[in-house]
Design a protein around this ligand. Sequence first.
Ligand code: NAP
Length: 309
Amino acid sequence: MTEVKDLIIIGSGPAGYTAGLYAGRAMLNPTLFAGFASGGQLMLTSDIENFPGYPEGIAGPEMMLELRAQATRFGCDIIDKNVDSVDISERPFKINVGKEVHLAKSLIITTGAEAIWLDAINENIHKGRGISTCATCDGAFFRDKEVIVIGGGDSAMEEATFLTRFCSKVTIVHRREGLRSSQIMTNRARENPKIAWKLNFSIKEWLGSEGNFEGALLVNTGTGVEEKLACDGAFIAIGHKPMTSFLGSQLETDESGYLLWKENTMTSVPGVFAGGDVVDTRYRQAITAASMGCMAAIDVEKWLEDNRH
Ligand code: NAP
């Protein structure tokens, strides 16, 4: 008969690994499905300088290996496979991984969110080396450089304003005249003398060879006329999407698909908990994700005391 685990964790960013660490130390013997591409968004980040405890900074992939090793040390069983779907209509929950079905009394979902990329020509060769989706992570590498930010929402305004701390010039490229951002964020960007605007432009192609980013080929969305914009880096800020497709519609979400917490870190289904970017529309930092993973593991431990059967 298939073993029923106390806890299965799905997702391997800082939230998942921290949940694994805490649950391991709580003797819950968790299994963590890390996915084929384990490590989450931080695998795309060059250096992390804002995670406390690393005064010299640490490479994103290196930090994820350390978090993974720390969770493993305390008995978290990490499996590098994708979860295809789950059935949480009754307990134990069923977790479908290829042809295998795993059973668990509780679940923590930490599958994160992914930034939406533009998919313009040559984007893949510059990802993480010229083109980023996180100014907080990578802005400091563009000190005294000229960059562009793509998008017209609050994220784009916030990223552009933040980048002016480091960059000599930030140009916001947006595909239409009107902005989607809130008035206060728009005003802050408009009043910033380091911010320039390229409205009614979209990105057709990224310029430069691999490891040598040179800018973008823009196309005027009204006239179709193309022009080159030379810059040292680009930040895409056109939104994020939470990674919840394997859940179907079994859990309550907000209108953008982010999982909702109902009681502490518990979702709308008792026994299913969540943390990190899959619930977080606001902070989206490695340290906040790790914190939520810790919170979820503590909540699971307490919940299992009353609901182990
Ligand atoms: P958003 O509001 O959905 O805005 C996305 C922007 O990207 C839009 O301007 C959109 O253009 C553009 N865009 C989308 N797809 C594109 C594409 N393929 N090519 C070019 N442009 C594209 O997303 P967000 O800015 O990430 O904000 C998400 C939510 O978080 C919002 O509710 C926002 O208020 C909130 N947020 C709040 C704060 C804050 O208060 N501090 C900070 C960040 C985010 P169109 O306008 O033409 O559709």
